[in-house]
Write a protein that binds this ligand. Sequence first.
Ligand SMILES: [Zn+2]
Length: 234
Amino acid sequence: MPDPSLYNACPDLYLRSPTSHKGTHMLIKEGNVAYDDFDPSTLTRARFAWNQSKRAAGLAVQAMRRFDLPANATLIREWFGLSPKTNPAHAQKLMQVQSNLTEMERAYASRPITLVWAPNIVVKHAPADRNLPMTPVQLAGGTAFTGQNVYGYVHQHLAGSGMRVILGRWFRDDPDPQEATQTIYHEITHKVLKTADHCYGVDLCRRLATNNIAQATTNADNYGYFAKSMVGKV
Ligand SMILES: [Zn+2]
């Protein structure tokens, strides 16, 4: 149980978060990470995922430095398509990924990051013309973009959104808790490395690494799975 003094009522965030329920909105700060609006059991998962992904961020840098070790070489090839030992042309890309992972480790160590529990959020698009109504955003395939349908996301184009990672229902409900670890790392790469979402999931990401190194080394999920493999089974 954290020290009660760590709890802060936060009316500013309350107004901006449509998921908040009256009187229960809490911001818990622990070092450079803050947990916003979590219930106790989901907070336990969020802490686990934060700690595991932070640990993974450090281990990922070490694995990249020792890319010659067979276990590391296998993972680097699996998720980024790079075989620097047999293909000298990959050396430059390897250095780029190394520097990206180092930047991620630094972000975990020192940048203020807020994890936001928002299972009921409905993501809406604000039209440039303010007289027009906001319209709900749809995911690929026409699914509504709501907290019920996502693991997590970050606002990439909203000024002032800072390092806020919004977490949806699947963050809590996936039977594999290390997938929550993957999600946090994935989302933070969007903020720190400006990664894209070329594709999602282990199968498509492995295929991307084989077929398109340029995209694999800029794809959030490829970084997420490389990080997850540092602390768990992928
Ligand atoms: Zn993403």
